[in-house]
Design a protein around this ligand. Structure first.
Ligand code: 9MG
Length: 404
């Protein structure tokens, strides 16, 4: 499988700022935006025919630096201006020797700056690229039911969800099966008994869209009937073959997450040759399963699954290189909240003391432009951190010489 991954991601708005400071007209900008941006793509998975084509590129096309033919066959770096890349895509498409996979991989990598289509969930619109959205975590697992038994626990869980909505959550994620490392699965009946009353209670009292964190078609079917809008499957539609169809038939949205192993075993010995590439491959297969069942691309989010079958370093590397997942052209949801790698970075703090580290991760993601949605326990604090990071990232007023 050929992949083209952008080494850096420079938002086109940054170039527009320079154009404004230079006093260039609005009308001249589209042509300049095509001609100027400099792109570097890491290519992997090339076959002999693509390597032969790339080795003989004329000057009007990007420059090609091959990787080590013995140690890393099929790899290399393409560098050049946007219009040179466009010419390469056109030439590869026109070739009848089977270069279409190369053309598609490069075209997807060039589109990383294009925001995915707007998603409507219930009464809310998600305009990707306008800000970082917040998904609040609503646990309906027994450890979150305090001493008063299931009914009192359900009421407390609903009240917690409403408080998160009040604090500014854009989406609430209700889960009835623990996904923590070492956690064992529960039956569909037990999971439904935990989540359905919570979904019904929230649906009656807030218009914040509801997501349900489940891997089971039987749970999703009832949750969607009760008014949930999105299914958050931590196994990327790899556990229950009926789940994609249930989501498609309800016209619902889905979040497809990467996991290696299962929650019971995933942290025993996570291993990757190239963690970004393996996650990309898994998510591509998950998106294909969704498409085959009839879920439109515009109703799919993807998630690298921080902490799900990853070492401390895998988590950090994925966050650092998150923009590479943008080649999928889909909104990215990321969950770092209170996770173990943050505790380790903060000197061994337990989950209950990881708020500052969580806010650090959330703000870094937003500032880097990496995530469209963050899944968090502490909604009010995360909204504040994101307001700061998003405002810094999007500020365009550098003085009067930057105005049009
Ligand atoms: C249920 N759940 C726990 N952590 C998660 C994460 O990082 N992403 C998604 N989508 N779901 C998660």
């Amino acid at each position: 499988m050929i992949r083209a991954r952008p080494l850096t991601f420079e938002p086109p708005e940054d170039l527009v700022l320079a154009f404004r400071r230079m006093g260039l007209t609005e009308a001249s900008q589209p042509a300049l935006l095509k001609a100027l941006p400099f792109t570097r793509l890491l290519l992997t998975g090339l076959r002999h025919q693509e390597e032969a084509f790339l080795q003989t590129l004329p000057e009007a096309l990007p420059a090609w630096l091959p990787g080590d033919a013995q140690a890393r066959p099929g790899t290399g770096l393409l560098t050049g201006r946007a219009e040179q890349f466009q010419r390469l895509v056109t030439a590869a498409r026109a070739d009848d020797g089977g270069l279409s996979a190369l053309a598609s991989a490069v075209a997807s990598a060039l589109a990383v700056g294009v925001s995915p289509a707007v998603l409507t969930l219930g009464a809310r619109r998600f305009e990707w690229g306008s800000r970082t959205y917040v998904m609040g975590v609503v646990n309906a697992t027994p450890d979150s039911f305090s001493d008063g038994g299931r009914h009192a626990g359900t009421e407390a869980t609903i009240a917690h969800g409403l408080a998160l909505a009040e604090a500014g959550a854009d989406l609430l994620d209700v889960g009835g099966e623990s996904t923590r490392p070492g956690a064992l699965p529960v039956s569909a009946d037990e999971e439904l008994a935990r989540v359905l009353p919570v979904i019904e209670g929230l649906r009656a009292r807030t218009d914040v869209p509801l997501s349900v964190d489940t891997t089971k078609a039987a749970v999703a079917r009832e949750a969607l009937k009760a008014g949930a809008h999105l299914i958050n499957d931590i196994t990327g539609f790899s556990s229950d073959a009926d789940l994609p169809r249930v989501v498609a038939e309800a016209g619902a949205a889905c979040c497809l997450m990467h996991i290696q192993g299962t929650p019971a075993t995933m942290q025993q010995a996570p291993r990757y040759d190239d963690v970004v590439e393996d996650v990309l491959g898994f998510l591509e297969a998950a998106v294909a399963r969704a498409g085959a069942a009839g879920i439109p691309r515009g109703r799919i989010l993807v998630d690298p699954g921080i902490g799900f079958g990853k070492t401390f370093e895998h988590n950090l590397f994925l966050l650092r290189r998150l923009h590479e997942l943008r080649v999928l052209g889909l909104p990215l949801l990321v969950g770092t909240s209170r996770k173990g790698f943050l505790g380790r970075l903060a000197g061994g703090k337990p989950a209950s003391e990881r708020l500052a580290a969580t806010l650090g991760s959330v703000a870094s993601l937003a500032a880097l432009g990496g995530a469209d949605v963050v899944r968090v326990h502490d909604v009010a604090e995360s909204r504040d951190a994101l307001a700061v990071a998003d405002a810094i990232r999007r500020c365009e007023d550098g003085g009067t010489l930057y105005t049009r």
